[in-house]
Design a binder for this molecule. Structure first.
Ligand code: AHG
Ligand code: MN
Ligand code: MN
Length: 340
């Protein structure tokens, strides 16, 4: 059988299954091309442009984090790729304080796009997997797009309203992992063809796992339910869970989530005393929500510990939340400890 490219997969979702309209298909293709461009830029490393693409940009983002050159470059690639096509009303990004409105010279579309242009910034300079995360919402009818500040309101929709979500992981291979609400499909970038090819459909996360991902350096700051759960995992075979666990922490959410998509596991960036004042570590609109939709579509669970992530009613664009996601049985166990 002929290779199923991303374009073909999306055409089947549109024409044969009637799941997505043509402009959403176009939107996803444009995002995928931007991810290809980011992948190429990353691949150049120290050889890219003047002085390479590694290192600091010399600026801070709205969250007070030092931007890397690749954070800024990836953000620009996504903005440039998406603003002219007529499929979007506005975009929002980790790297921009306010939403970016589609300039007046271009037609305005029905969708809103949010993204974490470059996830795993601390891994850029050490040549470890990094990624891009994106989420697509419908722009509410009559939304006020008269200014960037006014446009923030249009984005404040629960994760259940997402019409598509995905991530690209720039690892040994570049992959695009996508859902349009019809399960999760994985596409592998064929670098010679310059195309994403479907390599896995209907991804299903195993319900049980022996692998957990958490930054153990924060242990003393966690809340009691997470302390209890991690203690029990560390107790291994002779402890209450009756099995030995292994630990992995890449510190790129995309890479840690992709491992879970591939072989199961549980990922936690829970609430802790150090980050309580800001609500958590990971951002709801462009990290937690898209990942939660993908995880649920693959049969897993995504929660703050107390609430399903996709049900959260956002109150601001750059809102942060605790995140616990992955294999069903394990996530349900630790959520149970939060209810106890
Ligand atoms: P970003 O690079 O987009 O700011 O995101 C980094 C996030 C996430 O990818 C990862 O899971 C987490 O930060 C790692 O945090 P620690 O360095 O605290 O482990
Ligand atoms: Mn991130
Ligand atoms: Mn980022």
């Amino acid at each position: 059988m002929a290779q199923r490219t991303l374009a073909r997969y999306l055409t089947e979702e549109q024409r044969d299954k009637g799941r997505i309209p043509a402009d959403l298909k176009f939107l996803i293709e444009v995002v995928s091309r931007a991810c290809q461009a980011i992948s190429i830029a990353i691949g150049k490393g120290a050889l890219g442009g003047e002085g390479g693409v590694l290192g600091e940009a010399g600026s801070d983002n709205v969250q007070g984090e030092a931007q890397k050159k690749l954070d800024v470059l990836s953000n620009e690639i996504l903005l440039d790729a998406n603003e002219w096509g007529g499929h979007l009303a506005a975009m929002a990004s980790e790297e921009m304080d306010l939403p970016h409105l589609v300039p007046h010279r271009y037609p305005k579309g029905e969708y809103l796009l949010t993204f974490d242009p470059l996830d795993g910034s601390s891994n850029i300079d050490v040549n470890v997997s990094i990624g891009t995360i994106f989420s697509v919402l419908k722009c509410p009818e009559g939304a006020d797009l008269s200014s960037e500040a006014a446009a923030e309101q249009a984005f404040l929709q629960a994760g259940t309203a997402q019409v598509a979500a995905g991530y690209a992981v720039y690892g040994p291979t570049t992959l695009l992992v996508l859902t349009v609400g019809d399960g999760v499909a994985v596409f592998t970038l064929d670098r010679e063809q310059g195309q994403f090819i479907l390599t896995q459909e209907n991804v299903q996360i195993p319900a049980e796992t022996r692998e957990f991902a958490i930054n153990m350096a924060n242990q003393r700051f966690w809340e009691a339910p997470v302390q209890r759960y991690v203690d029990e995992m560390l107790a291994g075979k002779t402890g209450p869970l009756g099995k030995d666990y292994n630990m992995r922490w890449v510190a790129s959410m995309v890479a840690d989530v992709h491992r879970i998509m591939t072989r199961g596991g549980i990922f936690m960036y829970p609430m802790d005393e150090k980050i309580r004042h800001q609500g958590g570590k990971l951002r709801l609109m462009y990290e937690a929500n898209p990942m939660a939709l993908l995880i649920e579509q693959a049969g897993g669970v995504a929660t703050t510990g107390r609430e399903r992530i996709l049900d959260i009613a956002p109150h601001k664009l750059h809102q942060r939340v605790p995140v616990i996601l992955g294999s069903r049985t394990e996530v349900e166990r630790v959520s149970g400890y939060h209810q106890a």
